[in-house]
Design a protein around this ligand. Sequence first.
Ligand SMILES: [Cu+2]
Length: 221
Amino acid sequence: MAESPKNSALDEENTQGSQDPPDWSRRQFLFSVGAVTVAGLIGTFGGSTIARAMREVFGSQVETGNIPLYALDYYYIPNYMTWQVGDRITIAFRNRSQSHPGKYHEWVVGRHVNTENTVFGVETQDGFAEDFFDGVHVTLSNPRDVNNFVPNKAIVTYEGPKSLYNIADGGNFSPTLNPGGAVDITFTVPDKPGLWNYGCFVQHYEHYRMGMRGTINIVRA
Ligand SMILES: [Cu+2]
């Protein structure tokens, strides 16, 4: 009997002990399953939403225009996106923290999580070695309860009073929102195809470690 693509995906989930070196899509799938498990343990709210979102991981459609991105404790919805080079998009970033007290969360996009050798071994550090927004023209708008914003090497246009963005130095391009906070991030997808990661490194990468991360697949037009 011929396998449908859906069955193949399930088979991959059931062969985690396989000796075969995983290809990229399989690694991405297992990575995502781990994130879902963590999210399910931490928050019963939203668990089913996450599971539903994860079923869309394969064959994810190119998204353009206005793309909502929700930060919860400690995961994002969605945690996978596909963008196309040259498309104009707005990430409508919202912090929907449901813990008490609420948590602030950031959105950092890049590659290669920074690590450092310590007496405890190799430890993850804050942020990515490669910042996706380096050299990218970005417009920020509709800020509400922005904890801080680090532009790093992005070329940023601010709509409205700059004071509302609490502009800060250091680290990757990263809007950080207080609970209930919001900001819209508008840009043209640069010619940086391939897989990128995003994450929240708040509390010395604890949020990232707990599953607050996602993947962007950038495809050429
Ligand atoms: Cu966070």
